[in-house]
Structure formats: C-alpha cells, structure tokens
Write a protein that binds this ligand. Sequence first.
Ligand code: NAP
Ligand code: MG
Length: 504
Amino acid sequence: MASLVTESSLTKVSASARDFLKKPKQLLIDGCWVSAASGKTFNVFDPATSDTIAQVAEGDAEDINLAVASSRRAFSGPWSQMTPSERGKIIWKLGDLVLENLDELAELESLDNGKPLAVAKIADVPLTADLFHYMAGWATKLEGNTIPISVPYAPGAKFFAYTRRDPIGVVGQIIPWNFPLLMAAWKIGPALTTGNTIILKPAEQTPLSALRLGELALEAGLPPGVLNVVTGYGETAGSALASHDDVDKIAFTGSTEVGKIIVRAAAGNLKKVTLELGGKSPTVVFKDVADIDTAVQGAANAIFFNHGQCCAAGSRLLVEKDIFDEVTQGVAEIANKIKLGAGVDGATEMGPLVSEEQRDRVSGFIKDGLEAGATALAGGNSLDEKGYFVPPTVFTNTRPEMKIVREEIFGPVVVAEPFDDLEGVMKVANSTDFGLASSIWTRDISKAHRAAEIMRAGTVWINCHNVFDAAMPFGGYKQSGWGREMGHEALELYTETKAVCVAL
Ligand code: NAP
Ligand code: MG
C-alpha cells in the first residue's frame, strides 16, 4: 500500500505558521516570554509523519512557583481595579484577535493535533472566538441578590442582606490535546470574565495554539500575570500546579484516571476542583427514526468526528433490532470510505491520532476486541505508517463485559449492540461509570423526551450529536466529572458567593 503521507506537513502551511514555529517556544510568565528555569525543552511532533516540528520549554515545579506568584500579584493588581466593562472589552478583543488569526491558528492546530484543517477552520477556531465573545458579555452581568431576611431570634431588628459574586482567586487550568485551543478557551473565558487570574498548563502533545493564544492575550491588553502559560509534563508541571498551596482552584479536562489524581493533589489546601473527564456515550437509534440515512450519517459522525478523540464521542451505538443490520452496515460503509491523511492536506477526512502512545493504546483496544470475539465490520486492522493512523473501526457481536464496551477508547472505534425497547435500551445506555453525553434518534417526540429524562448524562442530543455552543452547559454525571463548562453555569464555578448583612 502507498504511504498515506509522503511530504512534510510544514510544506503545506502558510509562512506565518512556519514563522511562528521557528520562534523559540517559551513560557509566558508575568507578561514575559521566558525559558524554563531548568533550561530544558521537549519536542513536539507532527502526528502525520512523526517528524519533530518544534521545541517547547519544559516548565516544572520551579516555573509553576514563579507563575503562581505572578498570578497572585496580578489578582490584586490593575486587573482587580478594572471595571467589569473594561474587563469584558479585553475578553471581547481576544475573541476578535482569534478570528483575525483564524487561518494561522487553524494551521497550528491541524499540524499539532493532526485534525483536518477544514475542521479546525469551521469548528475549533470559530468556537474559540465565540466562547470569548459570549463570556465577555457576562463581565457586566454578574449580579448578586438582595435578600429579605427575618432573623427570628432578633424580633423588631431590621437588616439589609445582599450577595456579591467575588472571583475565587488564582486558578490552575490543565487541559488535554483533543481540542487544544478550544479547551483553553472553555477554561480561560469564564475565569477571566469573573476576575480570576490563571496559570494554564497545555497538554505536552499540543502546546502550540495555547502559546499563540498567550501572545494574542497580551495583544488584547490582559495585564501581566493574569494569564500565565506553562508548558511541560503532567507529572511535573501539572502535578505541581494541582498541589500548589497558593492556588485557589484547579480546573481539569482529561482522563478520569488523572482526574482522581487531581482530586487527591487538591486536598492539601482544599482548593476548589472542577473536572471534565471521559465518557462512553451512547448513540441510541430507534426504528421509527425519521430518515435512516440521516441517522446512519449521524451515528458515524458521532464517533468519527475528531477521530473519536472527543470526550462526547458516540462510542456505543445502540440500535433497535429491526434496523440493526441496516444501520451498522451503513456506518461501516461510511467508515470504509473515510479518506485518511495528514490534517493539513485538503483531501483528508480523518487525520492521524495525536501521538504514538495514543495510536498504540487505541490499537491495543482493537486487538483486545478481536481476541474477545467481537466482529470488525469495518477497520480492525493496523496500518504500517510513520504517522499515527488508525482505521475507523466498527465492532458488532460484543458482550457487555468486554473492555471495548466498558472503557473509553478515545479513538475512531465504535461498538454496536441491538435492543428491543425503550426500557431495555435505557438500562444499557445508563449501565456505565460515565455520564457525559448521549444522543437519541427518533421521530416520536414523547419517546425522545422520556429518554432524555431517564438518561444519566450531562447532555442529551435529540436527532443530532456533537452540537456545542458557548451558551449551552457541558459536563458530566457520575465519573465524567464535577461541574459544568460554558453557559452561565460555568460562572458559578469561578465565583464565590459572599453574603453581606447590614444591621439597619
Ligand atoms: P491525561 O493524562 O488525562 O492528560 C490531560 C492533561 O493532564 C494533560 O495536560 C496532562 O499532561 C495532565 N496530567 C497528566 N498527569 C497529570 C498529573 N499527575 N497531575 C496533573 N496533571 C496531569 O490524558 P492523556 O494521557 O493525554 O490521554 C489518556 C486518555 O485520557 C485518553 O485515551 C482518553 O481516554 C482520556 N482523555 C480524555 C479527554 C477528555 O476530553 N475528556 C481528553 C484527553 C484524554 P501531559 O501533557 O503530560 O499528559
Ligand atoms: Mg498523559
């Protein structure tokens, strides 16, 4: 078989993206770009070719200490004196700058993560800008309440009580590699609009767009120390941030396993914790769906979008018995036709997975599924490529105890299972430790709303999947996390409520 990628991805990106790559990749601490205190760097790879495309400063505990001290100063500095309107305008400007640099940001994202450039251009970057614009508006709308109180043990006394929404303080944010820029925005946007200061630790695999975002944040007028960006490894930089005694909150997105480590690390000073973790989300297709072809395409997109590297990926396909063969064959046909290639190649429909480790992990799941007796209707094979490619895979003949059915694979692999009725399928849909997302495909609106009520997941999509918006809260039930991102729910988690009571 001919190689999927024969040319360096660097030849396919613009001069501005190449210029950015050539510059030293330092840490953003206190408004300045600095090398790691240790002087160390680490390599960033192009997942389509495994070539090194950049060297990035390897921050560790010492750099985290400097960044936390800077964020602490900034918390009570000019940032705290700004009016909400001034704060909102800077965040709005950051959204504008993201749009002005859309092409370059999309190229960096595609190069670094491997996702198709077109996807980065229509999804990752515009959603990032929209998040900042949405959150900018909230800066002037963070209201408390006035509360009529009675105080039964003080008869005749009069009081005036109200609440304030204060920022939490210095916030550590640790993000993953699947949507590097967008995950940074989901975290930074609500933290800034509520007046906090931030130390952001991007994923080791994909630090580039966060560094470019750091440049844009300075250009937008964020005062020094309000946003520090420390690249480095989770086990060193990330863990130092999560356990730091002068950090007031830690917000994490990534694996459930590391989420539990974060909770333990945060116990030292009982910092606030929010977690957006993994999922094993069901796509539930009833036989009365309005149009089977639309449902088939929807089920395929639910799992194959972003190569299955989506926390909300529809990785369990549950189909009503009468149409099971038609739907699974349809999804397998789509899988077989998906064109693999480098993200920056215009013809590519699915890029490589993010890293060698991730390719091996996903391939291990596929091998395990085959050995356990599942049938691969599509994919199931491995590819002999320099890049980290895995063919889209559709499994049937699975059993509930199989690893591929229970665990989050985080790759383009779906397990399909037939069902008989609503009651039965909802039991299966909810029989998981996760509870992040789900979709229901039917034209019976009563059934759709009944299923939505029974589903134990933070998002239920009806006749769609993977629809995200800055105004719609997102997060998990059960082991899929604590708290919500986006929407006004996110703001609650970046503010402390202060009750003020005045004796009149
Ligand atoms: P991960 O280890 O959970 O990484 C997420 C972030 O946490 C990265 O920035 C990582 O740093 C950091 N981190 C790792 N260990 C840490 C520690 N001890 N203390 C503080 N921070 C730490 O995820 P992964 O290893 O990249 O991927 C493994 C699996 O996690 C995937 O296969 C998938 O199942 C799941 N995952 C889920 C999501 C999601 O959106 N829910 C996203 C990514 C991955 P490094 O950069 O050094 O890893
Ligand atoms: Mg890791």
